[in-house]
Design a protein around this ligand. Sequence first.
Ligand code: NAD
Length: 375
Amino acid sequence: MAGSNRNLLVLPGDGIGPEVMNEVRKVIAWMGRKRAVGFDIKEDVVGGAAIDKHGVPVADATVDAAMQADAVLFGSVGGPKWDSVPFEKKPERGLLRLRKEMDLFANLRPAKVFDALVGASTLKPEIVKGLDIMIIRELTSGVYFGEPRGITTRPDGQREGIDTQRYTSGEIRRVCAVAFELARKRQNKVCSAEKANVMHTGVLWREEATKLHKESYADVELTHMYADALAMQLLRWPGQFDVIVTDNLFGDILSDEASMLTGSLGMLPSASLGAPDATGRRKALYEPIHGSAPDIAGKGIANPLAEMLSYAMMLRYSFDLDGEADLVGRAVENVLAAGYRTADLLTAGQDDKGLKKVGTQEMGDAIVKELDRLV
Ligand code: NAD
């Protein structure tokens, strides 16, 4: 919708990316029609589609457009067609370049269990019912980037691999600030995780988180936990957590663990945020956790809900449209409660009795119909 002052770059990508994005487009159109929530939308290719068109996994002009946009809505990239391209040109490098150039240092991964899908978790229903955790992972520093790194051969002939965990106080503070601000919109609780018992970066992390809390966020409840203990608590009593903030490595592992509490890859959205500019605007990229799923691409059976929920996160975190984001969340909740399931949400067993198996488009249509019913 022209003149909306909300600039959105849509990058559907490869495999099921364009299929699930088509369903989100239906909701974008609905929001424009029914809630006057419009966007100036630009669309471009990324990943394998960009390799086919431009010979690179993301064109410079696309990166520029992402830098200018208020938000980027991303599908997924990759697939067997591009398996043989050199490492630096792989479709996934397109996403990594966008994250790096946009300096998206805070990765938000919610782990929310919808009532209708409680049975899909491997944990007991009473442990995961009502679960709603937000994990914030530092994304641009730590051991995945620290120097020195590499594999060398020592004088004695042994090979040696080195990775360096390093953090500056600024890097710790900016990601913790995101956690505190987010907690204020939720249950107002932050648990910061590191290994201050054995790592210097852990000591620094704990000190800086505590200092920042005292200076600017004393109204938010802050606790600290060693990352290994937190891994255990996530399985024992996940309901104790609201927002968890942690470094790149621990966040990689803990967010995967937390996402599996919910049962399905096809349901999980994410957001990656950068630093606020002078106007308070943060660069942001929203994407489902899942990849391009080449095994089911083109079959019309992909679950579009992770992309749909990524769009809802965008409404909330880039545009402060909490009411509209809640509406999408409620539509998803109700459609699941009514028994609609894409194939990935079915177990092919007794549990599936009374459920309605639907394809990608039918699921998108069901969401739009439910939105109509809700307003
Ligand atoms: P994947 O997430 O694409 O698929 C894993 C399994 O989950 C597959 O069986 C797939 O069919 C299923 N699945 C995933 N999303 C689904 C959905 N929405 N609905 C129903 N089923 C779904 O991971 P993979 O198979 O390891 O990787 C496939 C390709 O995607 C690779 O090229 C990989 O590099 C790429 N990838 C991209 C991203 C990204 O774009 N951010 C993330 C992960 C993997």
